[in-house]
Design a binder for this molecule. Structure first.
Ligand code: NAD
Length: 420
């Protein structure tokens, strides 16, 4: 393999971590060498007619890391910093998330290097339709099923579904998930990642003979994942004492009324402009003396530099990769339980999978059914990770990745190498 093809820090960290866990878990050397690189990657140019009639060309990608366990599954990101390397790393994480959650799906990811906040609605639609056309031979309900990620939303998914459907001449709901309900989206999808994180936390408290009642929680990020995690924890009697966004954090030792805070946030779009608590920094939020910390904004926020400042006893990785491998080691030694991202934020892809199943069957479930099934999947995965971590005396992040790699390994060995 050309080592420079996917060159980039995030990809290199991901590969190094796979190597570390793969060797610890005794993964077949041939399998491990295949798992370090994507199965295939498509790079496309996306020409877009802008509102001023000029044409701009954006760089787009779709990477399929593994299709061993089923069709590719993973979001599409619109962000100015998107690179092939980043998309490849994220596609690989999807393989292991889907595997850990026992979903019949492979791992994929897509992206376009564009700042979506600088596009008009028409420009965003033009970009989405042309990007979809360029990756059309790569995607499909049996092949690879994209979903929303940073910078894309249900409307973007609706345009992708329509573009694909136009090309084949009939409506194809199963080509995409995260769609609006009216065209085949699933009830419960919007809050699924936050709800999955809270189901996971409930299980972690249960094995420690505790529960959510009066637990103090600090949450970094008040977007889709953070705000829903806050809401579901609040509904279960926990005290959300601090929340944050990109502008800073707010703190109230008595706990916030989350439904009221969500309503106020819709208006101000900035937490620090709502006068309901003391303004603190994101760094201070991470170091608060709370029972549970949920980093739900960015990757790499808890590192070897600040791991020793953490006072929470449980960390729920709402975001992808907020705790670095070095920090994870320190936290494990300090007795902090880190609920790993591929488990704790898996609720979104689980309900995406449910959406795909419903779309393919043209038979839709009510929200209780969706949530009940989500709880079942997350609880089962939690138990297997917890049991392995206890049995082998390893932290939950390593246990989760080992289990996920083992399942993919088994699939690869059963299917064999073609041609031999
Ligand atoms: P979002 O865009 O809805 O929210 C992100 C939040 O983080 C916002 O509140 C934003 O203000 C805050 N933020 C941004 N920069 C920050 C900074 N420098 N410091 C502090 N806060 C900052 O995104 P989201 O969908 O909630 O996703 C958050 C994370 O969870 C991402 O890592 C994403 O990949 C991951 N994730 C999301 C889902 C999902 O279903 N939405 C599923 C799995 C993983």
């Amino acid at each position: 393999m050309d080592q420079t093809l996917y060159q980039g820090e995030f990809f290199e960290h991901t590969t190094a971590y796979l190597d570390y866990v793969g060797k610890k878990a005794n993964i077949d050397v041939n399998v491990l060498s295949r798992l370090k690189y994507p199965k295939r990657a498509l790079c496309v140019s996306v020409p877009v007619r802008m509102d001023d009639a000029t044409v701009k060309v954006f760089q787009g990608f779709r990477v399929q890391h593994s299709l061993t366990l089923g069709p590719g599954k993973g979001g599409i990101r619109y962000h100015q910093d998107v690179t092939l390397s980043e998309v490849a790393a994220l596609a690989s994480l999807m393989t292991f998330k889907n595997s850990l959650l026992n979903l019949p799906l492979g791992g994929a990811k897509g992206g376009v290097a564009v700042d979506p906040t600088k596009l008009s609605r028409t420009e965003k639609q033009n970009l989405t339709r042309r990007y979809t056309t360029e990756i059309l031979p790569f995607i499909g309900p049996q092949q690879d099923i994209p979903a929303p990620d940073v910078g894309t939303d249900a409307q973007t998914m609706a345009w992708i579904m329509d573009t694909y459907s136009q090309s084949v001449g009939h409506a194809v709901q199963g080509v995409i998930t995260g769609k609006p309900i009216e065209i085949g989206g699933s009830l419960g999808r919007e809050g699924a990642t936050g709800l999955g994180a809270i189901f996971c936390l409930e299980e972690a408290l249960k094995v420690k003979n505790s529960d959510m009642k009066n637990k103090t929680i600090a949450i970094q990020g008040f977007g889709n994942v953070g705000s829903h995690a806050a809401l579901y924890a609040h509904q279960r009697g926990a005290k959300i004492v601090a929340v944050s966004d990109v502008d800073g954090a707010i703190f109230n030792p008595n706990g916030f009324n989350i439904p009221e805070l969500m309503t106020a946030y819709k208006q101000t779009k900035s937490l620090t402009k709502i006068n309901v608590g003391e303004n603190i920094t994101n760094q201070q939020l991470l170091a608060l003396d709370v029972d549970v910390l949920i980093p739900a904004a960015l990757d790499g926020v808890i590192t070897s530099k600040n791991a020793n400042d953490i006072k929470a006893k449980i960390i729920v990785e709402g975001a992808n990769g907020p705790v670095t491998p070095d920090a994870n080691k320190i936290l494990h030694e300090k007795g902090v339980t880190v609920l790993p991202d591929i488990l704790a934020n898996g609720g979104g892809v689980v309900v995406s999978y449910f959406e795909w199943v419903q779309s393919m069957a043209s038979f839709f479930w009510d929200e209780d059914e969706v949530n009940k099934r989500l709880r079942f999947v997350i609880t089962k995965a939690f138990k297997s990770v917890w049991e392995m971590s206890q049995k082998e005396g390893i932290d939950m992040k390593v246990a989760a990745m080992s289990l996920a790699m083992k399942r993919v390994e088994k699939g690869m060995l059963l299917r064999g190498l073609y041609p031999r």
